[in-house]
Design a protein. Structure first.
Ligand SMILES: Cc1cc2nc3c(=O)[nH]c(=O)nc-3n(C[C@H](O)[C@H](O)[C@H](O)COP(=O)(O)O)c2cc1C
Length: 320
């Protein structure tokens, strides 16, 4: 059974899964995309920058929203506010219990909640009591090192009312090092009866199939492999459906997608177009002339700058 109706999902990524990124990933076949994580506290202060994270892309019918925080009452009231504002365009709400970043865990948010299952339980049950949309929790293998708590943690989230869980098979202390342990996803799947979404190190269509076969997970969530590569969703969708793999994108297609990404970002983000620098680096990685283009990309400050640098790279790659 798909995870809440979705087979392949774009993971929440702060600073990455904005309107532009989601537009391109949905076009390539992602069944559901996440917003960047949204601070419950920031929303409660009516912070415009935080609210802006909830904007939909043109033509985006539904989006999944991830909240972070650690105060059950604040999380519940802001979840209710999101539901009221977004109505049918909200697919479901997820609670971030996996972010390992120091500035997040030092406040008791993100994966710090894995160290306090009582509080994590209280958050899920408070949010669940405040909204009618499905509520899920996204967490890791455990805090670490080497102490896998995810199966028991998942059971507690289920008992608290979670409609599903997403597991990234790394410990918090691992950050993004080493490998994601898919055995952990399998053990979580065996521990709960709510749907389980698997996450970690899915980079291709074959990986998506391997994760589903190995773990029995209901959905596959992809994060880093989608950076500069929205085609990974077309590949995952085809592979999971048993269809033949689409051809990998050519250099020209990658550069054209980068140009589109820049235009979409400039329409939405205005001065924040510099966010395109990292996307451009991802799109051009490995292309002829990319190493030399890196410095120029890092100096881009406007849509025109990106169009020029990507256009010049297009001339170089067409001669190779
Ligand atoms: C730049 C970046 C930002 C991320 N931001 C979030 C976030 O806001 N919320 C979250 O739950 N996970 C976040 N993650 C973790 C991913 O959602 C995902 O769990 C992790 O990258 C493992 O999946 P992958 O191997 O497919 O990349 C982030 C990861 C990256 C690389």
């Amino acid at each position: 059974m798909p995870f809440l109706g979705y087979n392949v999902l774009l993971a929440p990524m702060a600073g990455v899964t904005d309107v532009a990124m989601r537009t391109l990933c949905r076009e390539q076949g992602a069944d559901m995309c996440f917003t960047e994580m949204v601070s419950a506290k920031g929303l409660s202060f009516a912070n415009d920058k935080t609210r802006h994270l909830l904007d939909l892309a043109p033509g985006e019918d539904k989006v999944a929203v991830q909240l972070f925080g650690h105060e059950p009452a604040v999380m519940a009231s802001q979840a209710a506010w999101i539901e009221e504002q977004m109505g049918e365009s909200l697919a479901y709400l997820d609670i971030n219990m996996g972010c390992p970043a120091r500035k997040i865990v030092s406040k008791g948010d993100g994966s710090a909640l894995m160290k306090d299952p009582e509080l994590a339980t209280a958050i899920v049950s408070a949010v669940k009591g405040a909204v009618s949309h499905p509520v899920t929790a996204k967490f890791r293998r455990g805090w670490g090192p080497d102490k896998e708590t995810a199966p028991e943690f998942a059971r507690r989230m289920e008992q608290a009312g979670a409609d599903g869980v997403t597991v990234h098979g790394r410990f918090s202390l691992q950050m993004y090092h080493g490998f994601a342990d898919w055995g952990c996803i399998e053990r979580v799947k065996a521990a709960v009866s709510v749907p389980v979404c698997g996450n970690g190190d899915v980079c291709s269509g074959q990986d998506a199939v391997a994760m589903r076969e190995r773990t029995g997970c209901d959905g596959v969530m992809i994060a880093r492999a989608a950076e500069g590569n929205p085609w990974v969703f077309a590949q995952a969708k085809a592979a999971l459906a048993g269809a033949s793999q689409p051809e990998p994108p050519t250099a020209a297609q990658r550069l054209a997608m980068a140009q589109r990404h820049a235009r979409l970002l400039s329409q939405r983000e205005g001065r924040n177009i510099v966010r395109m620098r990292k996307h451009a680096m991802w799109y051009v990685a490995g292309l002829p002339g990319a190493a030399a283009a890196r410095r120029q990309i890092n100096e881009c400050e406007s849509l025109e700058d990106f169009e020029r640098v990507l256009g010049e790279l297009g001339h170089i790659t067409s001669y190779n």
